[in-house]
Design a protein around this ligand. Structure first.
Ligand code: NAD
Length: 249
């Protein structure tokens, strides 16, 4: 399949987990892929791998410039880089709030701001942000993380409104728990990581965590002209976690 032939895609955080799987799906379908990551060496060498810290404006500006220099433009941005945080409002100090907001929310602002002048020149411009079910569900121990993803949801709606007249579609995906290194690290924050993993699997209506490829497929759909009339939406890839309720028997 070559639906992305001739298109250039940036995937932030594309060296691991959902981002790595997304980069693979886009590349398999013909996109020229640039991975912007703190650890670019972790990404497949078939991609343009650019060292980038999305929490640093200069780093983002330099990375986006490298992509444009190599490929001549940008058509797709997947704002995927993000970090986890566990705890209630009592558990994380101010500097932790600042750090996570600066990556999960401001990272999207910085990368999109740098990419927009190039996206406006594309006939197939699409931005896909990584939100989470934590945006709309009060998950335990996710005060900080949930707040950042609530902001990603609002930001997605606002960006979609502001830029659709310029031909730039903006959407987001909201996964439930996806079995990636991000989750494995988060599990280590619990007293019994094995029991917590079993509980996470059991909490999904499907009995298992979401797979990275399932999220990457949703991102690829939103990135593609196939979703040309899908604008300012959050696509849940959540095994029904947001809207399903247990059956009464
Ligand atoms: P991951 O930890 O496996 O990968 C994240 C990648 O982002 C890594 O390659 C890391 O180097 C990179 N990164 C981290 N900070 C960065 C920074 N400041 N600048 C540039 N790159 C940086 O994570 P994942 O599980 O694949 O999650 C990816 C996204 O999906 C995140 O935004 C996360 O919030 C979201 N998400 C994940 C889950 C889940 O259960 N895994 C669920 C919902 C949403």
């Amino acid at each position: 399949m070559s639906e992305f032939a001739g298109l250039t895609a940036i995937v932030t955080g594309g060296a691991s987990g959902i981002g790595a799987e997304t980069a693979a799906v886009l590349a398999e379908r013909g996109a020229q892929v640039a991975v912007l990551d703190l650890n670019p060496a972790g990404a497949d060498e078939a991609y343009l791998r650019v060292a980038c810290d999305v929490s640093d404006s200069q780093s983002v500006a330099s990375a986006v410039a490298q992509v444009v220099e190599r490929f001549g433009g940008i058509d797709i941005v997947v704002n995927n880089a993000g970090i986890s945080a566990v705890g209630t409002v009592e558990d994380n100090p101010d500097d932790e709030w600042t750090k996570v907001l600066n990556i999960n929310v401001m990272g999207i602002v910085r990368v999109t701001r740098e990419a927009l002048p190039h996206l406006r020149n594309s006939d197939a411009a699409s931005v896909v942000n990584l939100c989470s079910i934590a945006a709309l569900n009060g998950l335990p121990q996710r005060a900080l993380y949930g707040a950042t993803k609530g902001a990603v949801l609002s930001l997605t709606y606002a960006m979609a409104t502001d830029h659709i007249a310029e031909g730039v579609r903006v959407n987001c995906v909201s996964p439930a728990t996806v079995h990636t290194p991000f989750v494995d690290r988060m599990l280590q924050g619990f007293a019994d990581p094995v029991a917590e993993k079993a509980a996470l699997d059991a909490r999904q209506a499907t009995g298992r965590m979401v797979q990275p490829r399932e999220v990457a497929e949703a991102i690829a759909y939103l990135a593609s002209p196939r979703s040309g009339s899908v604008v300012g939406t959050a696509l849940d890839v959540d095994a029904g976690m947001t809207h399903l309720r247990p059956r009464k028997v």
